[in-house]
Each structure stands twice: as structure tokens, then as C-alpha cells.
Design a protein around this ligand. Sequence first.
Ligand code: AMP
Length: 191
Amino acid sequence: MLNLILFGPPGSGKGTQAENIIAKYGILHISTGDMFRYELSNNTELGQLAKSYMDKGELVPDSVTIAMLEKRVNENPDAKGIIFDGFPRTVAQAEALDALLASKGTEITTLLSLEVPTEELVARLLNRGHSSGRADDKDESIIRNRISVYHGDTKPVFDYYDEKRKAISIQGVGSIDDIFCSIQEQLDPLV
Ligand code: AMP
């Protein structure tokens, strides 16, 4: 199984590259951000809870996020691999993910981290805010908070997998095609 974590700060291109990866490698895409937005669009209790954090650029609590993720993985026993997009965002989430996969006799194959300078991220997200309708992309102070949450809470997830020699950094600036070429160079030997 190819179990991939697509990692990087908000605006680093994870969603875009996830689409390319799914198209080529045929693995299941799980984006916790998309799942929360889906819950919100259906006005569920979970959606309302998530919104109270998303609107501020904060992380939804681990207990809620991990339970939602585990449910989705358990619903897809036949997946030939999974791309985790926007998860794990804390070391506790990473530990829960590793335990879940171990209970199924599998593990994370690799973590690919898209590296993009902060000012480029802010510019990309403000630009996306004009077209996406995402409330958390419209306000520069919320964008900057999401980036600082990334550095404080999420970056340690890179170190966690780096210690296991599973973390790889990829230059996330350039054309979408060039960045996908760098991703394929890493993934092709693994499949
Ligand atoms: P994203 O679409 O991945 O940028 O996520 C949008 C927002 O959803 C984040 O700013 C968080 O508020 C929430 N979120 C998504 N994934 C997670 C996660 N793994 N842990 C906690 N909060 C998350």
C-alpha cells in the first residue's frame, strides 16, 4: 500500500497536487479540511463545531478530528493506498494515525512536505480568497494565524516522521507540472 501524507503550510498546493497524485496512482484521497467543509455545508453539529475553529484559523480539537479521520479510513477497507491531505496536523494526530494503520497491518510510506516561503503563501491564499468563497482565505490576519499554527503545532509532525526517515521536502514554488514531476520522482520508486 502507498500511504502518503501530503504535508505543508496552508496555501502550499496540497489540494492541487493531491488531485494529480490521485489521478496517477489511484489512491484514496482523505482531506480533513474538505470533510469539515462538507459537514458545514450540511449544517451538522460537527460542521458547526469545526466552523468555530476554522473561522479563527485554529485547529479543530484532536479528539474530534481523529475520530472523524478514523471513521473515514475504516469505511474504506479496500483502498489500495491513501493520501492524507491536511492530516496529521499535530504529533498526537500522527501517533493516532500510526496506531490506526498498524492495527490494519500497514503504515505510512512517506511524508512529502511542500516548501513555500511565507509571503508567497499569504499572496496565494488572499488570491484564492477572491474566488474560493472560503471565509478563512479572505482575512490576512486569519491567514497569518493559520501559518503560525502550522509552525507551532504542525511542523513537529515533519520532525516526527523525519526521525523515522520517512519525511521528504519538495520545493513547492514553480509550475504545477514541475512540482508534480518532483513528487513523481519520489513516488515512482515506491509503487
Ligand atoms: P485545510 O482545508 O486543510 O486548510 O483546513 C481548513 C481548516 O480546517 C483548518 O484551518 C482547521 O481549522 C481545520 N482542519 C483541517 N484539518 C485539520 C486537522 N487535521 N486538525 C485540526 N484542524 C483541521
